[in-house]
Design a protein around this ligand. Sequence first.
Ligand code: BTN
Length: 255
Amino acid sequence: MMPGLSSREDFNAAANEFPEPFRLLIRESVGSTNDEIRLLAQAGAADGLVLLAEQQTAGRGRRGAAWFSPAGESLAFSILVRPTVPKALWPRLALAAGVAVAEAIETFGLQAGIKWPNDVWIRQRKAAGILVEAGPDFVVVGIGLNVNTTRFPPEVAEIATSLKNETSQSFSRAAVLGAILSKFARRRQEIDEDFGSLIAAVQQRCVLTGYRVKLSTSTGGQVGLVEGISSTGELLLRTDAGLERLIQADEIRII
Ligand code: BTN
């Protein structure tokens, strides 16, 4: 663990160690790194560009929610992926990113769980969120991780956490970013080459398995017991009507 907040020099030094093909572009303030990198993708940027913002003024979560990332305390970045695999496999990048973030957190001595499909939890609280958005020939993997954040807005204060809140120590954001990219470099390969290993990593960390949950989908609400994650990445939910296999859900709450 390294103390203090990362300066731009720390990020640039860490970037020298990033695995191929990742390279770093830092912006002081943007609306959303996902939107910003999409423009760069449309202008022809190559696979592996990582756009990090010290501050986002319109950070977005899934379902249109705002994403809170205070300047200099958290990691807010987007990775440009130009997949070489069929489009049907692109959603698997979200699982790869979730596993990569969890594994990176674990390299700093914490235990991380995955709240399907790809929120990353530490001790029942959300530490990271991932927003994957596809373009015609590229995918943007947006990652927000609470690193040294200690105060959250009231609407998320009860469910959010950070690496610092969990350990009372500050972390180098540059080191954490490097760890995520190292893990993602490997996990992204698995979406077609070794999906079994990727799913096993999700299954092993799934925080919902064995819990009763209430969830909402595009077709309505459901209550059931989570039996686990299938070999194809679906959530297995035991309801009164039988075993449901869900490919997505809007909101899931443990009850
Ligand atoms: C979620 O949990 O709902 C997903 C949150 C994703 C937040 C990240 S921060 C970097 C990137 N830019 C955004 O606007 N959103 C993602």
